[in-house]
Write a protein of this length. Sequence first.
Length: 169
Amino acid sequence: MQRTIYLFLLILPILISLHALSLKAQTIPAYIEENADQAQYIMQNYGIPASIVLAIAIHESAAGTSKIAKHLNNHFGIKGPNTNKVIKSSYRDYPSVDSSFNHFADILKNRKHYNGLFDKYSPFDFKNWIYGIQRAGYAGSKLWASKVLAIIRKYKLNTYDHLPEASQH
């Protein structure tokens, strides 16, 4: 009996981890579907690859499941003031997920250390965009760009990188 309990306690954390991974795998495609239109809107209006927008949001918000994504609508880990009563943090709160996406695009477009990317890279050059964003100081981890690129490749997010027909000619 003791051996059975010991085995159960040994296997339980593994089963819980597998279940969590399974839930996360189901969450990411739904997150992509839910936010693809906004990412494409940003690509069309700002020139930032939709794949970049989606992959960074997935990475920074754990596909919308992180505490700051759920309570603050902050999908990009952007710091700033918040008035939220549920979660006290140094992360900015937003009235909606779309406003978080739009503010991320505004930051890249208007902040000096990012705005050079627009002249340097095509909206279809997601790889150089990611490394350019990292070099400009968006994330402290040296592995950040590699992780974001892995998300783009795994979920084929570059298929969302297109402009309206009139813009492609």
